[in-house]
Design a protein around this ligand. Structure first.
Ligand code: 5RP
Length: 215
């Protein structure tokens, strides 16, 4: 799948224009995008990064990393996903970067999602849904998730997010109404963010292949 990821990451360069601030996601597919972006580093205004991991890779290429607060709305966000449905709604957070990813997606005019074909699904939920939680609320949120969804939350032990929080992965969901579930789970005290990108889905999906497929 790494070849498909590379092809998707490189194709996303078609959306990058001179003098842009580019929002950059997290993960192995995005790593290919960052490597391709390096070839244009002197022509963009800089990048807004969704994780320490991506920040390191960007800086390693000499790409300036900017504070979102200093940028206002940004024209473009490029990120991967763990699952993508036919409505371009996503599950994200396999790399535990979901909160910052969601913030940048919200700030972006265009969200380009780059995936390999294995990420395409008819209904979201085969991939366990990541939820970032404030540590003291882990058990509380877990119980509420069981009551609200019937899913089985599993604590991703050993993982601490860049924001100092923990992650629950919710197994056993079949998400027929992603917008409603996102809104429901967002309301549970202690939930920092939900790895459902449905209220703000991707605008464009690039599926890596020869040639890449645009959805
Ligand atoms: C990180 C993410 C990633 O976009 C997602 O996990 C996909 O990763 P990869 O490109 O390595 O398959 O949401 O939080």
């Amino acid at each position: 799948m790494s070849e498909a990821k590379r092809l998707a990451g490189e194709k996303a360069m078609d959306w990058v224009e001179d003098d842009m601030v580019v929002g950059v996601g997290t993960g192995s597919t995005v790593a290919h995008f960052i490597d391709a972006l390096a070839g244009m580093k002197d022509r963009i205004a800089g990048a807004v990064s969704s994780s320490e991991q991506s920040t390191q890779r960007l800086r390693g290429h000499g790409i300036e990393v900017l504070d979102l607060n200093a940028c206002g709305p940004i024209p473009l966000y490029v990120d991967g996903a763990d699952e993508c449905d036919p409505g371009r709604r996503l599950i994200k957070g396999g790399g535990a970067a979901l909160t910052r990813e969601k913030i940048i997606a919200e700030a972006a005019r265009t969200f380009v999602c780059i995936i390999d074909p294995s990420k395409e699904v008819e209904v979201l939920g085969r991939f366990p849904l990541p939820i970032e939680v404030v540590p003291m609320a882990r058990s509380l949120v877990g119980r509420e998730i069981v009551a609200l969804t019937g899913g089985q939350p599993v604590w991703r032990q050993g993982t601490v997010t860049d924001n100092g929080n923990w992650v629950l992965d919710v197994h056993g969901l079949s998400i027929s109404d992603p917008v409603a579930l996102e809104q429901l789970l967002n309301q549970v005290p202690g939930v920092v963010s939900v790895g459902l990108f449905a209220r703000r889905p991707a605008d464009v999906v690039i599926v890596g292949g020869t040639p890449p497929r645009i959805r």
